[in-house]
Design a binder for this molecule. Structure first.
Ligand code: NAI
Length: 289
C-alpha cells in the first residue's frame, strides 16, 4: 500500500520513517520545501546511523530511504491507500487539507489525522466520505514510541478501526483503541501533569530544573514536564491545552496557564526555536537542580 503523509515536521517525518521502514512507499508532502528537505535529510541520516550501529542492515536503510518520495504536489497522492495528516493543530486548516485530499485520492483511500486534541468527528465532517476517516495518533518521537492511539469517529465505518489497528500493529507499534474524546487517553492524563508542574513553578514551590529532576530521578519519568513541553513545542502543547480545555466546556481541571501562553506568544516554542522554558542556545547552560 502506498501511504501519503501531509506535514513533514517532527511528527510527519517520524511517521514517514516508520512506514518506510515497514516497507511502504511513502509520499511525504509539505507546503514548505525547506521543511521537506530537512525531514528527508534527517530520516536518511537517522537510518544510516542505525545501519552503522548494526541495528538495521545497510541494505534495509538504503531501501527505506529509496521508498521516501518528498513532494509539494498533492496529485502524487492519487494511488495512495492511506493518507495521514500531521500539520498544524488547527481545525479549519486540517479540514481544508482533507477537502483537497479527497479531490485527488480514490474512494477507497483511508484518511487519518494525527491530531493530539481535536475531535476526529469535526475533521471527518469536512469530508465527502467521512466514513473512511479515523484518528491515528502517534507519540513523539514516532520511530521510538510504541504506543499509537486509534480513534474512530461517530462517522467511521464499522471495521475500519480494526483494519487500521492491524496495519499499525504490522508497523511494529502497539495500537490502543480509544473513544473520540478530548485528548484521548494520553493527552488528557498529561494535561494536569503539565498544568500542575507549571502551577508549582508559578507558586515558587520549586524551580523547573528541580521539578524536572524530581520527576525523572525520583518519579521514574523519562523526561520532566518542562523538558517534555520544550521537546513537544509550545506551539503544539499550548494549542492542545486550549483545545482540551474548551472541548471539556471549560472545566477548570484543564485550564491553560499564562506562563505557557506567553512563551507561545513570544515564539519561544522550545527546542525547535532554541528557547522555551529552557534556553537551548549553544552557549547557554541548562540550570542544575
Ligand atoms: P510541526 O510544526 O513540527 O510540523 C508541521 C508541518 O506541517 C510543518 O512542516 C509545516 O510546514 C506543515 N504544514 C502546515 N500546514 C500545512 C498545510 N496546509 N499543508 C502542508 N503542510 C503543512 O508539528 P508537529 O509537532 O509535527 O505536529 C503536527 C501534528 O501532530 C499536530 O496536529 C500535533 O497536534 C500532532 N502531534 C504532535 C506531537 C508532538 O509531540 N509534537 C505528538 C503527537 C501529535
Amino acid at each position: 500500500m502506498i501511504i501519503g503523509i501531509i506535514g513533514s515536521g517532527a511528527m510527519g517525518a517520524g511517521i514517514a520513517q516508520v512506514v518506510a521502514v515497514a516497507g511502504h512507499d511513502v509520499y511525504l508532502l509539505d507546503q514548505s520545501a525547506t521543511a521537506l528537505e530537512k525531514a528527508t535529510a534527517g530520516i536518511a541520516s537517522t537510518l544510516r546511523k542505525l545501519a552503522d550501529k548494526g541495528k538495521i542492515s545497510a541494505d534495509a536503510a538504503e531501501a527505506s530511504i529509496a521508498r521516501l518520495r518528498p513532494t509539494t504536489d498533492m496529485r502524487d497522492f492519487a494511488g495512495c491507500g492511506l493518507v495521514l495528516e500531521a500539520i498544524v493543530e488547527e481545525l479549519a486548516v486540517k479540514q481544508q487539507v482533507f477537502r483537497q485530499v479527497e479531490a485527488v485520492v480514490s474512494a477507497e483511500c483511508m484518511l487519518a489525522s494525527n491530531t493530539s486534541s481535536l475531535s476526529i468527528a469535526s475533521i471527518a465532517a469536512a469530508c465527502q466520505r467521512p466514513e473512511r476517516f479515523i484518528g491515528i495518533h502517534f507519540f513523539n518521537p514516532a520511530p521510538l514510541m510504541a504506543l499509537v492511539e486509534i480513534i474512530p469517529a461517530v462517522q467511521t465505518r464499522e471495521g475500519l478501526a480494526e483494519e487500521v489497528r492491524s496495519l499499525v500493529h504490522s508497523w511494529g507499534k502497539l495500537p490502543v483503541l480509544t473513544k473520540d474524546t478530548p485528548g484521548f487517553i494520553v493527552n488528557r492524563v498529561a494535561r494536569p501533569f503539565y498544568g500542575e508542574a507549571i502551577r508549582l513553578l508559578e507558586e515558587g514551590v520549586a524551580d523547573m530544573a528541580t521539578i524536572d529532576w524530581a520527576l525523572t530521578e525520583l518519579g521514574g519519568f523519562r523526561m520532566g514536564p518542562f523538558a517534555l513541553m520544550d521537546f513537544i513545542g509550545h506551539d503544539v502543547n499550548y494549542r492542545v491545552t486550549e483545545s482540551v480545555f474548551s472541548s471539556f466546556f471549560f472545566d477548570p481541571r484543564f485550564k491553560p496557564s499564562f506562563t505557557q501562553k506567553r512563551l507561545f506568544e513570544a515564539g519561544y516554542y522550545g527546542r525547535k526555536t532554541g528557547r522555551g522554558f529552557y534556553n537551548y542556545a549553544a552557549d547557554a547552560v541548562l540550570p542544575e537542580p
